[in-house]
Design a protein around this ligand. Structure first.
Ligand code: C5P
Length: 318
């Protein structure tokens, strides 16, 4: 008998499911040439930090999205939202109707280089998987994640990982102990495609010196393994940083202030404009966050730690 699409044939849970997923920073990011498909091959060290978006999936008669929090006015509250696209992709894969209400609680700033949209997509995948009892393993969810965007697989995995391909191929990285960071979040976002295009332009521009490519990831990997904060601070590197700074010259001031105020190192996360500043302890993070906020070089400042888990159903302790 054919199962009508409106009647889920899987054994899910009837109650709402809430999943939280973390922001990421890139401790290292080297970018290759533009590929024929428009993407760039890259090598990156992703690190999940304690700033979370939440997605609650509730059974409903049709698909809808509601957004509350950071950037709620800028994001599409419809099928164009990456969380909705995640629900639709999963529903197709397991042959159910995407009949779900998705409530997004956003704390990760939009277009900040922190992969907030990817976090929402990963959270929606995990929430709908539980709601519909899809029974897909992590491997299958990761494949769907990679279809949705370059950073969605990492939002699912969390921790610290080496990313290759366009960022979707992951290998866990051994990172001893916890790390403390201050995120300096600029006013207004940067479009990821625009920053990649600016890097291509800087590299193609014969008249100006192209930004020197960052070296290999070994400095970052060794410092993570040995838990050597000074070495990690010195090794942080991102090929997209000159492009982000070219589009947003004010970022130079943020970086300089971070160092003046005692950061061990600072790096633009992903395509920016957020800076991740490394410090030694939670207390130093709170102090640097207060001082950076007072310096007036960022819209907002957050003290976070990493690594943290990827998208997980929220437990009572969360
Ligand atoms: O995969 P995602 O949708 O996050 O990528 C957004 C945009 O960022 C792409 O359309 C592309 O312009 C750029 N990008 C890239 N190379 C990557 C990842 C992203 O050029 N590895």
């Amino acid at each position: 008998m054919e199962v009508p699409l409106s009647a889920p044939r899987l054994m899910g849970v009837p109650e709402p499911v809430t999943v939280r997923a973390p922001a990421k920073i890139n401790l290292y990011l080297s970018i290759g040439e533009r590929r024929p498909d428009g993407y760039h091959d890259l090598t990156t060290v992703f690190h999940a930090v304690s700033l979370y978006d939440e997605v609650t999936a509730t059974p409903a008669s049709s698909l809808s999205v509601a957004i509350e929090g950071e950037g709620e006015a800028e994001l599409p509250a419809d099928r164009g939202n990456l969380a909705a696209r995640a629900a639709i992709l999963l529903a197709r894969r397991v042959e159910v109707a995407p009949a779900v209400r998705l409530d997004l609680t956003k704390r990760i700033p939009v277009a900040a280089g922190l992969a907030g949209g990817s976090a929402d997509a990963a959270a929606a995948l995990v929430a709908c998987d539980a709601l519909w009892g899809s029974g897909l393993g992590r491997g299958e969810l990761t494949e769907l994640a990679a279809e949705l965007g370059s950073d969605v697989s990492f939002a699912l995995a969390g921790g610290t990982a080496l990313g290759t391909g366009r960022g979707e191929r992951l290998t866990p990285v051994l990172a001893s102990g916890g790390w403390h960071w201050v995120l300096g979040i600029a006013d207004g976002g940067l479009s990821t495609p625009a920053v990649y295009a600016e890097l291509d332009r800087l590299r193609a521009d014969g008249k100006r010196a192209a930004p020197a490519p960052v070296g290999g990831p070994d400095g970052v990997m060794n410092a993570l393994r040995r838990h050597d904060p000074a070495a990690l601070g010195a090794a942080l590197a991102n090929d997209l940083e000159p492009a982000a700074r070219s589009l947003r010259p004010g970022l130079a001031r943020t970086l300089a202030r971070g160092y003046e105020l005692g950061a061990l190192g600072g790096v633009v996360s992903g395509s920016g404009p957020t800076f991740a500043f490394l410090v030694r302890s939670r207390d130093s993070a709170v102090r640097l966050a207060a001082a950076l906020a007072g310096a007036g070089v960022c819209r907002t400042v957050k003290a976070v730690h990493g690594p943290v888990s990827g998208a997980r159903i929220r437990g009572p302790e969360d």
